[in-house]
Design a protein around this ligand. Structure first.
Ligand code: FAD
Ligand code: DHB
Length: 387
């Protein structure tokens, strides 16, 4: 055996799992196809649930998060040119979200891994996994023999493909739109996130710091970045986010990052096959509207780390046997919430009946305390024990 746990992928799932295992005295090797520079600068999500912040805090990797992250106690839903605040913390028992870029979490976890002297091999791609023997075959011809393999290699990784066809059930939905995301050197235009429903499509105002705004626009799924010069992006954002009273001013600034991401729901069940355990995007994808992808990856590896601890400390496999069912309950809760936010806020087919239903749902969410509470408790994230 070369190591107790072979971890494929140094995204949030793989890095946090390695960190939790180190703290439990379990040895692991992390393999990452890309360079350190690449993974530390890959711009993606930004909203951390309360439970995600808690686990990073409890395990000593949240000093910078608490210095630089921005704690939010509410968010705005804007439609018909009018904003409505959802008081997240008031409705969800004091829980809050923290806005802190995913690549900052990744940097903090890489630093912790290297400080602890743990093995983390960049530019080392896994080519295949043998779930029966626990062997990872490397692209350079080498092999890593492990008691357990954690497939944390994202949606396009190789781990999921190691499960034989027939043993895996796949549930999938592609949405007929994508998100164009930008980072701009501009002060945020509001203290909180703004989720905007507009006839021309969805728009989202988020942030990364007092000097950097993160913005998203619903675009067609086949749209190219070349079709979106900066001036067009700002014009579209200004149009969709404008308020009826003319009181909202969207700050503009230099755009220094631009990308387009598809919107999809995906679940592959079960999450375990032999010695292979899938976690994070390798097993499931949620549309970004619920801000859940990263948080779901964190929830998976928390459950996995507990199971591995019981295995290596006491030879007890009961928690690992329950890993897939335990995680899938949360995955489907979060799939539902992400689908709910997505279908409520985007321009769908243009069918006027559908548009009226959306408006009725939005009105209900901002007028009914019960409906707002449901949105709030899902958005800040349910406790691990409550799902
Ligand atoms: P990943 O972060 O994908 O990490 C997987 C790692 O495995 C990568 O570093 C990859 O290089 C590595 N890898 C892949 N194959 C191999 C191999 N064969 N060998 C070794 N290593 C390998 N979520 C939101 O909530 N909001 C957003 O705005 C948002 N935007 C996103 C934009 C994009 C373009 C993408 C792809 C995702 C976005 N997400 C967003 C989702 C969120 O970022 C993911 O849910 C999160 O990254 C999941 O973490 P992970 O560790 O499971 O996977
Ligand atoms: C961000 C991303 C999301 O998907 C979301 O729903 C809210 C915020 C962000 O990148 O800040």
């Amino acid at each position: 055996m070369d190591t107790q746990v072979g971890i494929v992928g140094a995204g949030p799932a793989g890095l946090l799992l390695a960190h939790l295992l180190t703290r439990a005295g379990i040895e692991s090797v992390v393999l990452e196809a890309r360079s350190r520079e690449y993974v530390e600068h890959r711009v993606r999500a930004g909203v951390l649930e309360q439970g995600t912040v808690d686990v990073l805090t409890e395990t000593g990797v949240a000093d910078r998060l608490h210095r630089e992250g921005m704690v939010h106690h509410g968010l705005e839903l804007r439609f018909g040119g009018v904003g409505h605040r959802i008081a997240l913390s008031e409705l969800a028992g004091g829980r809050a979200i923290t806005v802190y870029g995913q690549q900052e979490v990744v940097k903090d976890l890489i630093a912790a891994r290297l400080d602890a002297g743990g093995e983390l091999r960049f530019e080392t791609a896994a080519e295949a996994v043998d779930p029966g023997r626990g062997v990872i075959r490397l692209a350079d011809g080498g092999e890593l023999r492990c008691a357990v393999v954690a497939g944390c290699d994202g949606f396009h990784g190789i781990s999921r493909a190691a499960v034989p066809e027939g043993a895996l059930s796949v549930f999938e939905r592609e949405y007929p739109f994508a998100w164009l995301g930008i980072l701009a050197r501009a002060a945020p235009s509001s203290e909180e996130l703004i989720y905007t429903h507009h006839d021309r499509g969805f728009a989202l105002h988020s942030m990364r710091s007092p000097e950097v705004t993160r913005l998203y626009l619903q675009v067609a799924p086949d749209e190219q970045l070349d079709d979106w010069p900066d001036a067009r992006i700002w014009e579209e954002l200004q149009t969709r986010m404008a308020t009826a009273d003319g009181g909202f001013a969207l700050n503009e600034g230099e755009i220094f990052d631009k990308s387009i991401a598809p919107m999809r729901s995906f679940v592959a069940e079960p999450l375990r096959h032999g010695r292979l355990f899938l976690a994070g995007d390798a097993a499931h994808i949620v549309p970004a509207t619920g801000a859940k992808g990263l948080n779901l990856a964190v929830a998976d590896v928390r459950v996995l780390a507990r199971g591995l601890r019981a295995l290596f400390e006491h030879g007890d496999e009961a928690l690992l046997d329950d890993y897939s069912d335990r995680c899938l309950r949360r995955v489907w809760r979060v799939q539902h919430f992400s689908w709910f936010m997505t279908q409520m806020l985007h321009r769908l087919t243009g069918d006027p009946f559908e548009a009226r239903l959306q408006r009725a749902q939005l009105d209900y969410v901002v007028r009914s305390r019960a409906a707002a509470t449901s949105l709030a408790e899902n958005y800040v994230g349910l406790e691990l024990e409550d799902v």
